[in-house]
Ligand binder design. Structure first.
Ligand SMILES: [Mn+2]
Length: 319
């Protein structure tokens, strides 16, 4: 039986990728720009290395990412090696967890809370987006980044940094993004689609949710609720990127969004400013993430979910 949980460097990652073949690349469920960009850029690079590779995700990849996914052909094969990208914990694989969760060969990720669940694990939490790590992997493979890879990697970087606004953004983030622009990344249209385009239905949900924001702990914590009823006229993807809203309120250092996923099930997103660690709050509720952005799931009624979340916030704010 092969050992799991080994931490490796970039050399070992490229050695593994060269020595093996037939890769299934797994995205996390509720796919975002970073997991999709990581997976499809890597898939494309492996094809150029004459390897077979395909991407799988438990949930359908939203249509607005079509420009990233459509140009990459997904191949069929047996006897596969499994890679997870931007996945901190096998739970986040959603419905694919049962099938692949305990047999992942390689994990490439940037979450400090990563569980090192794969046989070999490359986790670089200094990367604002996992796509920064994938850019390094592609370079280590000796593959020249083409426009398809550049569009994928650029999208992951801008979505995970809120267009270079979040605190995770580094000099390296900008350097990698600049190189991707040189490789043809369509930065203007990518940013327009990812940040400057919202459906009318989405704006109506925002408006209703903002009207219902509740303030706690001397107005340092804002809690926004999106009920199932409010989401009726929208797809989940239309609501992507709604979670930073509560933290935008002046004076707020903890912004919470509770989104009803099913009866008695809430997806909670926590966005913080210094000195509050969002991942610390979510860890108390079985979740995780980054210092400024983290998430968890809470079961119960809306009132119970609020209470559990606010108790976790209080214990981190008041320690
Ligand atoms: Mn990410």
């Amino acid at each position: 039986m092969t050992e799991f949980n080994k931490k490796v460097d970039l050399n070992e990652v490229s050695k593994f990728l060269f020595e093996n073949d037939n890769y299934i690349i797994l995205c996390h469920a509720s796919p975002d720009g970073d997991t999709v960009g990581s997976a499809y850029a890597l898939c494309r690079a492996l094809h150029i290395c004459e390897k077979k590779a395909k991407v799988l995700c438990a949930d359908e990849i939203p249509a607005r990412y079509d420009y990233m996914t459509k140009p990459v052909e997904l191949q069929e094969f047996d006897h596969e090696k499994i890679i997870a990208v931007d996945v901190a914990d096998t739970k986040l694989l959603g419905a694919l967890n049962g099938l692949y969760g305990d047999k992942i060969d390689l994990s490439i990720d940037h979450h400090a809370s990563n569980k090192h669940f794969a046989k070999i694990n490359y986790v670089n939490a200094n990367a604002a987006a996992n796509c920064e790590n994938i850019a390094e992997v592609i370079e280590a493979l000796g593959v020249k980044t083409d426009k398809v890879m550049a569009d994928n990697l650029y999208t992951g970087i801008v979505t995970d940094t809120g267009c270079f606004k979040y605190q995770n953004t580094t000099v390296n983030t900008h350097t990698v993004a600049a190189e991707l622009m040189q490789r043809g990344a369509d930065y203007y249209n990518i940013n327009r689609v990812m940040f400057d385009t919202k459906s009318m239905a989405r704006l109506r949900v925002e408006s209703e949710a903002i009207n219902g924001v509740e303030m706690y702990f001397d107005d340092k914590c804002a809690l926004m609720t999106i009920t199932a009823e409010m989401q009726n006229a929208t797809t989940p993807d239309e609501l992507e990127g709604i979670t930073p809203i509560p933290r935008q309120i002046e004076g707020v250092i903890v912004g919470i969004t509770l989104r009803e996923k099913a009866q008695g099930k809430y997806k909670c997103s926590v966005r913080t400013h210094e000195p509050i660690d969002a991942s610390e709050i979510c860890a108390l509720l079985g979740g995780g993430g980054h210092s400024r952005a983290a998430g968890c799931e809470i079961l119960g009624t809306l009132d119970e979910a609020k209470e559990k979340m606010l108790n976790a916030v209080k214990s981190v704010m008041c320690k």
